[in-house]
Ligand binder design. Sequence first.
Ligand SMILES: [Zn+2]
Length: 405
Amino acid sequence: MTQGTASGSVLVTGIGELVTCAGADGGTPVDARVTAAQRLGLRRDAAVAAVDGVITWVGRADSAPAADRRIDVGGRAVVPGFVDSHSHLVYAGDRAGEFSARMAGTPYDGGGIGVSVTATRAAGDDELRGLLRARIAEMRALGTTTVEVKSGYGLSVADEERSLRLAREVTDETTFLGAHVVPPDARGDRAAYLDLVCGPMLEACAPHARWIDVFCEPASPHAFTEDEARRVLVAGRDAGLGLRVHGNQLAAGPGVRLAVELGAASVDHCTFLSRDDVEALVGAAGTTVATLLPGVEFSTRSPYPDARGLLDAGVDIALATDCNPGTCNTASMPFVIALAVREMRLTSAEAIIAATVSGAKALRRSDIGRIAVGSRADLAVLEAPSFEHLAYRPGMPLARALDLS
Ligand SMILES: [Zn+2]
């Protein structure tokens, strides 16, 4: 995400409660065997020093180093800026009518994506860029400092390339999702569309993308089967892209096991899992993160994933918004944290870890998601004395990214 990071040193002081998400010793990489309370790395009366946007010191305020500038946060809590590792922010139009119909009983099968494709293709570059930047600004205002952005509402070579080019203007974490659905203009010729995705579309998009993703959901007639998804992922890997998978959202299916088999960084949704899926994810801890998107279940009135069972089994889980115009139109990580605590029985400590350092892990990043020497100085300040207020006061505007410029 673009943000102002001034040159020179800055000291953030007056931190009543500092959540580092960097473990009890304040710096070493997180070890899955330590408890969430230890992983929080909680400090009182703390300060954080940074130089040129990189953290250089973390400790007690009364022993803080000198700095060119000081920012006093007045006793508020400070947490790592949220890492939203799954979003679909490049689109035009909205689907409020579809949402209302769904709330009135119409089931979701992935078909409404075509509405967003039509609106996105019709939008000019400046319109699409303006919409994207407004969404990024909303996220920062809610405490998010890193966001992954997928294409997937263009679904032609030119429109996917444009989506990723615009996304690259606002984040390094860009994902090619030409295999979102088979678009209506493919007229049901799935093989021809896959040839396009794995050929010219991938070639045009790869220069702007870090990742490739696929909606592997045989239960939806619009999404992709296991064999189709494998073909897309292997083509992306051969083009130098990292792998991500949308899997097991609407029904049990092959998405999770495919993601584990191919060593994907993340498999996202994980709402309907078999015992074999959970075992596969346990075996893939350290490689493949299960990213849960409870805003989708909230917005589609669906059962939530078994986050508690996954954590207790030893699965790496992350939380993200899946912000998109169809199934979850919120960019709020605090809202997702509140859902995770209230609806999925995570503790507040587990939820904030999943929304920060585990989100970073889902993006294979060690320089974000925690407040430690050497990490990026991406901080969120809360209008609250403690991080626990994020779930305790749902829907309140508590978090904002701290601008150090
Ligand atoms: Zn998604």
